[in-house]
Design a protein around this ligand. Structure first.
Ligand SMILES: [Ca+2]
Ligand SMILES: [Ca+2]
Ligand SMILES: [Ca+2]
Ligand SMILES: [Ca+2]
Length: 352
């Protein structure tokens, strides 16, 4: 034991070298590199230095496969019904100690929890995956390319990918479409080619580069399956317009404006009331088209008033002149009707 202790004491003075090591990575030493550790031991016998003895050890660093996918940002993507090419963004990070390809795929969800304390109620359509080709963090149609895999993603490197999908028309506010982006590690396979599926080394450590899956469980994937997934979602904000049409007798040829009756020759004021529900999206370019019945004649002298107000259940005699009358139809466009807002279009006609 004493002799052994002396030997150990000499190891402190031994030269320790690590050869062939790559620069330090958060993902760890590069897979496939070799670590050589040499030791030399000098000693004396009877006070005389003897020939030193040396040894060295070399092994290959194995490949640890790890990947994460994270939603970019922390909020749902608000969309309008019928909107095309709506974008959710994810970041894929290669935490492996090797350059790998990563297959990227989007899946729709059929009900269940979305990504933001909400519940999936519909599917977006035409969902595709694009990579941030120009690296500016935003989706640029025509520049950022549709991809099935991220090619040769280096250890510690990240890529932003976008799910781009269309939103069906006729969806109510609050409708949610959750999407899941899954990145699955693949062999590098060379540039511009997707590598083969990764295979985890089974059994004992070999002298070559073994492969160990080290990824966690994401939204829909399991731990240690060389894949990771994350959810994001689209939430619809729709306008909820209601329209009503009111008529008021303004005057008649016999009573004038005092208690007028709807007799032939009487003037009728029509008021079209457009309301948008609370919490809705602002409706713009609200075009009103009112074909008049043949039994009334449009009052061109009075004209058409747009963007008027509605109070106490009645149309207020306000608004700005506009609109048009052609081919028996009164037309006018309200520039916008915001949530909880009511706007009117008014005109007059006489009874034939
Ligand atoms: Ca869905
Ligand atoms: Ca871009
Ligand atoms: Ca490749
Ligand atoms: Ca996993």
């Amino acid at each position: 034991m004493k002799k052994s202790g002396r030997l150990l004491g000499t190891v402190g003075a031994a030269a320790l070298t690590v050869l062939g090591a790559s620069p330090a990575l958060a993902a760890g030493t590069q897979a496939g590199s070799t670590i050589t550790n040499s030791v030399s031991v000098s000693f004396q016998v009877g006070g005389v230095s003897q020939t030193a003895t040396a040894a060295s050890d070399m092994f290959t660093v194995d490949r640890k496969v790890n990947v994460t996918v994270a939603e970019v940002g922390s909020t749902t993507t608000q969309v309008s019904p019928g909107a095309a090419a709506q974008v959710t963004a994810f970041q894929v990070t290669n935490l492996s100690n090797a350059t790998l390809d990563f297959a990227v795929a989007v899946a729709q969800q059929a009900g269940g929890a979305g990504a933001h304390s909400n519940t999936d109620t519909f599917d977006a359509t035409n969902a595709k995956v694009y990579v941030d080709t120009n690296g500016n963090g935003g989706y640029d149609a025509g520049t950022d390319l549709e991809v099935a895999y991220l090619d040769e993603l280096a250890a510690d490197a990240s890529k932003t990918v976008f799910v781009v999908a269309d939103i069906p028309l006729s969806l109510a506010s609050g409708s949610v479409a959750a999407v899941t982006l899954t990145a699955t590690g693949r062999e590098g396979g060379g540039a511009a080619a997707q590598g083969a599926a990764l295979v985890q080394t089974s059994g004992a450590n070999t002298s070559g580069m073994d492969t160990v899956f080290a990824d966690g469980a994401g939204a829909t994937d399991a731990a240690r399956d060389a894949a990771f997934s994350a959810k994001d979602d689209y939430t619809v904000l729709a306008a909820a317009l209601t329209v009503s049409k009111l008529s008021t007798v303004i005057s008649d040829p016999l009573n004038g404006t005092t208690n007028p009756k709807a007799i032939p020759g009487a003037t009728i004021e029509y008021c079209i009331v457009v309301a948008n529900a609370a919490g809705s999206a602002t409706a713009s370019s609200v075009a009103i088209s009112d074909p008049l019945p043949a039994t009334v004649t449009y009052d061109s002298g009075y004209g058409i008033f747009l963007n008027g107000s509605f109070a106490s259940g009645a149309c207020v005699a306000d608004g700005t002149a506009g609109g048009s009358f052609a081919a028996g139809t009164v037309s006018g466009t309200l520039s916008s009707v915001a949530a909880s807002e009511t706007k009117t279009l008014r005109f007059r006609a006489t009874i034939n």
